[in-house]
Write a protein that binds this ligand. Sequence first.
Ligand code: PHE
Length: 440
Amino acid sequence: MERESWGGKMGFWLAAAGSAIGLGNIWRFPYLTGANGGAAFVFIYLLIVLTIGFSVMLAEFAIGRHTNLNAVGAFQKLKGGPWQIAGWMGVLAGFVILSFYSVIGGWTIKYILSSFTGMISTSTNSTDYFLNFIANGPQTVLYHAIFMAITIFVVYRGVGKGIEDTCKILMPALFAILVILIIRAVTLPGALAGIDFYLNPDFSKITGKTILAALGQAFFSLSLGMGCMITYGSYIKSKKDSLPKAAAIITLLDTSAAFLAGFVIFPTVFAFGAEPGAGPGLTFITLPKVFALMPGGQVWSALFFLLLCVAALTSAISLLEVVVAYAIDNLKWPRHKAAIGIGGVIFLLGVPSALSQGAVSLNILGMSFLDLLDFISNNILLTVGGLLISLFVGWVIPDIAKKETTSHGPFAFQTIWLWICRVVAPVAIFIIILGGFGLF
Ligand code: PHE
């Protein structure tokens, strides 16, 4: 049977942007920024994205389009041996990340519905509301199941009819909702203090931990380091389409989405005197408080959580597709079996994460099960994966890499990119990981 592919360039761009733009942009980026001192964190994040992030994304696209294979198959075909480990780590990361990602995806569905049933009201304590909900085992597992079922359904339908068509509708919708919310946020009285916090850097807040957090966030947000962009790149048919251009567009879209999400959250939070450094609860606890004080708050709340849900869905699809593509290419499973079977296992793996938020006590190394998986996957699996991919392209397959990226762009482009892959990115990632763990 012929391998599936994207219908066209636009479909690929939107699907890849759909993968990149997710909870990482709208939930994680603003709370990390808030907790790490605002603009200084944003500055370091941007620096990492434009150098390392863009380069690793292009590396993944090149590997993917050249081999037309999933993450594991691609490394096997190009070199084999220990390099396969990079592919395996990617498949593992797909399992792990989606298991907890879907739990939070479930929370967003619950919050869309709850916007209309009393959650958004000045007499509701949003902290208690959130804590009660995430401690309610049956409910969190139910919403996790619903979110996972939708994800499986899209992947089951395949690359063109499922993933591409879904993203073609949802991505424009997402940007439309984002724009509406920004207009509302920046026109609130008192919004300026939020914009100031967001754009005025305080470099004294930067530590080794902050930089590791920015690196982990860059990989997570751009869907890098785990073969996701290898997989999506493997469905590109045309050898003529420019991969540097695609990587630039997707990096730009993802970064603008994160940056714009900050313009919804910080002006809103400051306008109503809430705390920007509230951590993971920023979205689920602080914003409902703020919505309760806004005229029409229920509708704004529902719209915001719909935005979050849509973003999460198009990313979850790509996480599942990494594992499904492996099962189809390497194990010769039919797509429907792969989507349902693997999706089912990931659902089960997510249940402890869903329950770890208060329903049962499940703390390891001082973190809840969900936080632990999040920590391991972002700070270790993705960063080490990114390091390996970058070394691989720079040193093992530079000729293939050059062939896949011939462009009419500036002459020095390829050379700079290859040296970033060979030296700059690996060394930076290595140092940042060690520094983040306090090792020097
Ligand atoms: N990029 C997604 C987000 O920002 C998460 C993701 C990570 C998706 C890795 C695929 C691979 O939410």
